[in-house]
Design a binder for this molecule. Structure first.
Ligand code: SF4
Length: 409
């Protein structure tokens, strides 16, 4: 999502005549920040320390992204060299200030088409109306704001015309999308976007189990353009912990969604997030999560150890009572479990014919891309295959992270 924000700002600047360049030749450096974990926040500070040597009176340093809502005032005090601290999406005043400072009237900008990749990421909801007790996002990104369907269609249409073949619709909780003008929710949006001529693939993320509707699953199953992959964070397999996290659903509900989705799309890829060691997570609660993972057999699980984020409900009101070494044991246990599950699941693809949207060449020079179910796939003997092509491939090898195949005859 941060990449989508960076891209949106970059496009505005390129359209205004700015040019991307290396840091040593640039006049302006903009840090787009993420603070979802402490490590990402720490990286912002270390990057700002590095930029101290780069800064001169003629050069501008700006910070935008999530850190602005959380630490904006503190940042200005700690780094007086900062020229601008820009709230997410509020770029117009900042750009006007730059235009007054630097003369780009010659308009040396790169053509926008030159930047368009195979996939175009577009945020359709800013912010989040949920209040999960461990999460800093509602505080730093605010309440939900929804992009009108007409604007989404215009941007996606322009991206496809400029060369994109896939559109990825983004939202912290994308299922909650609704057009501010009353044209419908996410199912209506995806049905309209998939009609764009030339669009080969349509994805959306991230879903929330409380808000995902059957209508959306039906739209996915009926579509030739929409991908068969759900990013559906469960966070815990224990109802008591889900309640403490304020996730708003129980495991029974989560299981029912997965069952429904797999009934409609048996080959669907399923990605989830799990936190271990949340306050109050007993051994029995942890084992419930383990059982859920064994039973559902996710394709990918993003596993994290709980660490309190200052400013969240859990950090201020709950005791971080699972010792660090125990969190690590639980994490490693689930990592090993998921490695086995993923290896078993991907092995099932060997011998199958899949459709790969090519994104580029990997470090070995082989074309690679993704299948509709989300698995990364490298193509052997892929001479002549270019980014943006959709290639039929027979899978000959599978590891937990990747499929490898040959162009199908
Ligand atoms: S739904 Fe996601 S972004 Fe929103 S509060 Fe919960 S974890 Fe954070």
């Amino acid at each position: 999502m941060n990449s989508a924000d960076s891209e949106s700002l970059a496009r505005k600047m390129l359209a205004a005549g700015y040019r991307e360049d290396t840091l040593d030749r640039a006049d302006v450096a903009i840090l787009n920040t993420c603070v979802v974990r402490q490590a990402s926040e720490d990286r912002v500070y270390s990057k700002l320390h590095e930029l101290k040597a780069w800064k001169t009176p003629e050069r501008t340093i700006a910070v935008t992204g999530c850190i602005v809502a959380k630490e904006g005032d503190h940042l200005r005090q700690r780094f007086p060299m900062l020229d601008a601290v820009v709230p997410i999406g509020e770029y117009d005043d900042f750009l006007a200030g730059l235009a007054a400072r630097y003369d780009y009237s010659e308009g040396e900008g790169l053509p926008l088409t030159g930047r368009t990749g195979v996939s175009h990421y577009l945020r359709v909801i800013q912010g989040c109306d949920h209040n999960c007790t461990f999460c800093i996002v509602p505080r730093v990104r605010g309440r939900e704001r929804h992009v009108p369907i007409a604007d989404v269609l215009a941007e996606c249409g322009a991206a496809v015309e400029a060369g994109a073949r896939e559109v990825v619709l983004l939202g912290q909780n994308v299922d909650d999308y609704h057009d501010p003008g009353g044209r419908g929710g996410l199912a209506a949006l995806v049905r309209e976007v998939e009609q764009i001529p030339g669009l080969k693939r349509l994805r959306f993320m991230t879903s929330h189990p409380q808000d995902l509707e059957a209508e959306l699953l039906e739209a996915m199953a009926a579509s030739d353009v929409m991908c068969r992959e759900l990013q559906l964070p469960v966070q815990s397999g224990d109802d008591g912990i889900l309640k403490r996290m304020a996730r708003g659903y129980q495991t029974r509900h989560y299981r029912a969604i997965v069952e429904r989705a797999r009934a409609l799309m048996p080959d669907m890829g399923l990605v989830t997030d799990v936190i271990v060691g949340f306050p109050g997570e007993s051994e029995a609660a942890f084992l419930n999560t383990r059982r859920l993972m064994e039973e559902i057999e996710f394709d990918v699980v993003h596993l994290a150890m709980y660490s309190p984020r200052p400013g969240t409900f859990a950090a201020t009101r709950m005791d971080d009572d699972v010792p660090g070494e125990e969190k690590l044991r639980r994490l490693n246990d689930l990592l090993a479990l998921q490695r086995d599950i993923a290896a078993r699941k991907t092995a099932r693809w060997v011998g199958c014919d899949v459709e790969v949207l090519i994104e580029g060449n990997d470090e070995l020079g082989r074309p690679y891309g993704r299948i509709r179910q989300g698995k990364r796939t490298a193509v052997l003997r892929g001479a002549g295959i270019a980014p943006g092509d959709v290639v039929n491939v027979r899978v000959v090898q599978a590891t937990a992270g990747q499929l490898t195949g040959l162009p199908a005859a």
